[in-house]
Design a protein around this ligand. Structure first.
Ligand code: AMP
Ligand code: ZN
Length: 474
C-alpha cells in the first residue's frame, strides 16, 4: 500500500512495525452538538482506510477518542470549553451534553455502517493517564505553571515547528494583543487548565497543580500511548489538526517518550457546502436527519463521499448527492441480478469467459486503486465497468459465485451494503414474476400490467429485456 504521509510530505510505501498488525489512532469527535455531514466525511475517510488495510490482510487495532472535556472554542486554548457552551445552550450539564451527543455519534456510526474502533475511549475516563503524562513532562522540564494552567514550553522541543512547517518567528511577531501575556511563547499550549476561582465547573478534577481539567491535546497522546504503545503505525485526523492539535500531540508525546509518536500521519481534506466552508459554529451544515428528510439514505451519502479523494476538498450540493444516489441505485439494480444467475452456466459459449474473467479481475483492480493512497474515485469507476459488463451480459453467461464474490468484496472494502440492500425475493413474488412472463406469452397485457403494478407496490421494479424479465428493488 502507498499512503500520503504528512510527516514526509510525500506518498510513502506503507510498512507497519509488525508485519501483519497495524496500530491506528483516529482523533474523534468533540461531543457538544449534533454531528454534521462535514464531521461524517472525516470518519468515512478513515473507515475506508481500515477497510483497505483489512482487505490487504492486516489486523487493525484502532483507537478513537471521544472528546468530552477540554476542547475550548478556539484550538489555541482560549474561550469557553465547548462542553460548557453546549450545556448552557441546552440548559443542562456538560455531562448530559456529552452523553447525548456521544449517543448521537454512535447512532450515526451505525447508520453509516462505520466499523467500530477496537477501543472507543472517553477523555473523562482517562484523567489519571493524562495527569501522569503531564507529570512525566514536568519531570523532564517541558512545563511551566502560570495563572490559568500548566503549559507545555514549546521552546524545549526544538523540532516543534517541523511537522506543520510553522514560522514561529512570524507567530511571535503577529501574536494578538489578547494573547495570554504570561505564556512564554505564542505556540505554548495548555496541558492542564485551572478551574476559575468562584466558579464551579460541571467537569473538574483534582491534580497535583490544582483543581481543573485537561487541555484538549493531551488526551490523544495519553490514550494512544496507553492502548497502542509509544509509537503508532498510523495517526489520522482532519487537515485542520495539522498546525495545532497534531503538532502539539507530537511535541508532548515525543518529549515524554523520546520516541517517534507515529510513523504515518494521514489527513482528510474538508467538505464544503455549496462551495462554502461549514462548521458547527457557523451552523451552515446538514445532519444525517436533514438528508433523511429529503429522502436520502446514509449509504447515498457514503457513495457521495467515496466519489472524491480524501485529500481533495469536496463539495456538497443536493444535486451531487442525487447523482451519488442514482449511481448507488444502479449498482443495487445490478447487484439484484445475482439472484437471477445460476451456479452453473446454462449456456456455455465463449462469451461467458469474458464477463466472469472481468468479474474476477475487477477485485484486484479495485484493491490496486485503494492501495494507491485510497483512490476511491478510481475504485468506483472500475466497479462501474464491472457492473456494466454484468448488466450487458446474458444472465445465463454469468457465474453466480464469481459475481457474488465480487459484490462481497465491494461491500467489505467500501461498506455500501449492496448485499444487505438486495436480498432474494420471496417465493410469492417470484411466482408473480413467472406468472407475468406466462401471461405475456399469451399476450394478456391487462393481466401483465396488473402484475407489474402489484410488484411495484411491493417495491419491486421490472425490466423486460431481450434476455427476459429482470427484477430490481425500486
Ligand atoms: P470536531 O467534532 O469539531 O472536533 O470535529 C471532528 C472531526 O471532523 C475533525 O477531524 C475535523 O477535522 C472534522 N471536520 C470538521 N468539519 C469538517 C468538514 N467541513 N469537512 C471535513 N471534515 C471536517
Ligand atoms: Zn487528537
Amino acid at each position: 500500500m502507498q499512503l500520503h504521509n504528512t510527516l514526509t510530505g510525500q506518498i510513502d510505501d506503507f510498512i507497519p512495525q509488525t508485519p501483519e498488525r497495524v496500530t491506528l489512532y483516529t482523533c474523534g469527535p468533540t461531543v457538544y452538538s449534533e454531528p454534521l455531514i462535514g464531521n461524517w466525511v472525516a470518519y468515512l475517510r478513515w473507515d475506508l482506510l481500515v477497510r483497505t488495510l483489512r482487505a490487504n490482510g492486516y489486523t487493525v487495532e484502532r483507537v478513537m477518542n471521544i472528546t468530552d472535556v477540554g476542547h475550548l472554542v478556539s484550538d489555541g486554548d482560549e474561550g469557553e470549553d465547548k462542553m460548557q457552551k453546549g450545556a448552557r445552550r441546552e440548559g443542562t450539564t456538560a455531562w448530559e451534553v456529552a452523553d447525548r451527543y456521544t449517543n448521537r455519534f454512535l447512532e450515526g456510526m451505525t447508520q453509516l455502517n462505520l466499523l467500530p474502533p477496537e477501543v472507543l475511549s472517553k477523555a473523562t475516563e482517562h484523567i489519571q493517564e493524562q495527569i501522569d503524562l503531564i507529570k512525566t513532562l514536568e519531570t523532564k522540564g517541558h512545563t511551566y505553571v502560570i495563572d490559568d494552567g500548566v503549559y507545555f514550553d514549546t521552546k524545549t522541543f526544538p523540532t516543534y515547528a517541523d511537522f506543520a512547517h510553522l514560522d514561529l518567528e512570524a507567530m511571535r511577531a503577529g501574536a494578538r494583543v489578547e494573547f495570554n501575556a504570561e505564556k512564554r511563547n505564542p505556540s505554548d499550549f495548555a496541558l492542564w487548565k485551572f478551574s476559575p476561582e468562584n466558579e464551579q465547573r460541571d467537569m473538574e478534577w483534582d491534580s497535583p497543580w490544582g483543581k481543573g481539567f485537561p487541555g484538549w491535546h493531551i488526551e490523544c497522546s495519553a490514550m494512544a500511548i496507553k492502548y497502542l504503545g509509544e509509537t503508532l503505525d498510523i495517526h489520522t485526523g482532519g487537515i485542520d489538526h495539522i498546525p495545532v492539535h497534531h503538532t502539539n500531540e507530537i511535541a508532548q508525546s515525543e518529549a515524554a517518550t523520546g520516541k517517534r509518536f507515529a510513523n504515518y500521519w494521514l489527513h482528510a481534506n474538508f467538505l464544503l457546502v455549496n462551495g462554502t466552508k461549514i462548521s458547527k459554529s457557523l451552523q451552515n451544515g446538514f445532519t444525517l436527519s436533514d438528508l433523511d428528510n429529503k429522502g436520502f439514505t446514509p449509504m447515498d451519502f457514503r457513495m457521495f463521499v467515496l466519489q472524491s479523494h480524501y485529500r481533495t476538498e469536496s463539495n456538497f450540493t443536493w444535486d451531487n448527492l442525487s447523482a451519488a444516489a442514482s449511481r448507488l441505485a444502479r449498482w443495487k439494480a445490478v447487484a439484484a441480478l445475482r439472484h437471477q444467475t445460476h451456479d452453473t452456466l446454462v449456456d456455455d459459449d465463449d462469451k461467458e469467459h469474458d464477463v466472469n474473467g472481468k468479474l474476477l479481475a475487477a477485485k484486484h483492480v479495485i484493491l490496486e486503486a485503494l492501495n494507491n493512497d485510497l483512490n476511491s474515485p478510481q475504485a468506483l469507476s472500475v466497479i462501474d465497468q464491472a457492473l456494466d459488463a454484468v448488466d450487458q451480459a446474458r444472465l445465463a453467461h454469468i457465474r453466480h459465485d464469481a459475481f457474488e464474490e465480487l459484490l462481497m468484496f465491494i461491500d467489505d472494502s467500501l461498506g455500501l451494503q449492496l448485499l444487505e440492500a438486495t436480498p432474494d425475493l420471496s417465493d410469492e413474488h417470484k411466482q408473480l414474476i413467472l406468472e407475468r412472463t406466462r401471461v405475456r406469452e399469451e399476450k394478456d397485457w391487462k393481466r401483465s400490467d396488473e402484475l407489474r403494478d402489484q410488484l411495484s407496490h411491493a417495491g419491486i421494479g421490472l425490466n423486460d429485456t431481450s434476455d427476459g424479465t429482470r427484477w430490481y428493488y425500486l
